[in-house]
Design a binder for this molecule. Structure first.
Ligand code: UDP
Length: 327
């Protein structure tokens, strides 16, 4: 059993990963500044004897040096994420996503820790291919569009992690998350499914941006953290990049219709131009579908939960939350 550090461990994906690592018998230290993460995300494991939670920012190098002490495995999930957050505050995105990762990677080289770097499908930018493999080109937009700061900052992280692997033998695995969804995800930072479910539960309308023909694949967070933890136990994964998520495409309009059908069929859809949602300089990604062959070949499995089951799970949790103490 290992002592693991999870940066961003109180976040949506980080808290699910923390629960999983604890369930496997590992000791877990969480470092989170609770900016987009929430303490209550760790409610289920709050009193676990193998969990330590430290509130603090990864932008503090002294804190990072303390956090890695005695640790054998680092899962670096802390980042500025979410289309809304990135559009509103590109400075924070760049400053949170680049320098702290560099500091942490250097510490891991010194401490010989194994490292998981959470990256994102945003690095592919607007590549027009039907399905993206890990070796496909990154096609980011112009620097005048703040959205691309996110993918670009994470691409720098990837370059650095892979360079440290080659130069210093750092044992690193890079995971490019596609749209990850599930219980505890909130809609404040733009994430579409919690927003649509909340809108439907409140009687509508469900606000679909643009024409709703943009395509995404939604993977359940449980399957995603399962893939992450398995990759870290697989020697063949070291020094490589993996797409992680679902490969079942759906248009955003169909997604809205599926949610309406489940929550309240009376709910209407409203279509909103991007300029009104995110401002004039916003550019969206029209289609984002991963090729998961590498993940499948390395692990012998890939996320496969049907979207319908994922939506039922999220809606059940949302309804329980609305009627529960945190409602
Ligand atoms: N979207 C939408 N309404 C919302 C939020 C998002 O129609 O309230 C759309 C958004 O334009 C994008 C898709 O849903 O095409 C997924 O958005 P999200 O921010 O969840 O993730 P992205 O894939 O853009 O990173």
């Amino acid at each position: 059993m290992a002592h693991c550090l999870v940066t961003g461990g109180a976040g949506f994906i980080g808290s699910h990963l923390t629960e999983r690592l604890l369930a496997q018998g590992h000791e877990v230290s969480v470092l989170d500044d609770l900016s987009t993460g929430r303490e209550e995300n760790l409610n289920a494991v709050r009193d676990h004897p193998h969990l330590t939670v430290k509130t603090g920012s990864i932008t503090d190098p002294v804190l990072l040096a303390e956090a890695v002490r005695g640790v054998e495995v680092i899962y670096h999930l802390a980042a500025a994420v979410g289309v809304r957050l990135v559009a509103d505050d590109p400075v924070r995105t760049i400053e949170t996503n680049i320098y702290p990762t560099e500091v942490l990677l250097r510490l891991a080289v010194q401490g010989k820790q194994k490292f998981f770097l959470a990256s994102t499908s945003e690095v592919f930018g607007k590549n027009p291919k039907e399905r993206w493999t890990e070796e496909d080109d990154l096609q980011l937009g112009a620097t005048s569009h703040p959205r691309w700061a996110y993918g670009c900052s994470k691409a720098i992280d990837e370059f650095l992690a892979l360079a440290y692997h080659r130069k210093y033998g750092l044992e690193v695995v890079v995971g490019r998350f596609f749209n990850v969804v599930g219980p505890r995800q909130v809609g404040h930072y733009g994430m579409v499914i919690p927003r649509f479910v909340d809108q439907a539960l409140l009687g509508g309308p469900i606000v679909v941006y643009d024409d709703g023909q943009q395509v995404r694949c939604f993977g359940h967070v449980r399957e995603v953290v399962d893939a992450v933890s398995r990759l870290m136990e697989t020697p063949a994964a070291v020094g490589r990049v993996f797409n992680i998520g679902s490969d079942q495409p759906v248009t955003i309009r169909d997604l809205a219709l599926k949610i309406a059908a489940r929550v309240n069929p009376q709910v209407e859809l409203k279509f909103l131009p991007y300029a009104e949602a995110y401002g004039n300089d916003f550019e969206d990604v029209r289609r984002r579908v991963p090729d998961l062959s590498r993940l499948q070949a390395t692990l012998g499995l890939k996320p496969c939960m049907p979207l319908e089951d994922i939506l039922d799970d999220i809606i059940r949790h949302k309804r329980a939350g609305l009627s529960g103490p945190q409602g």
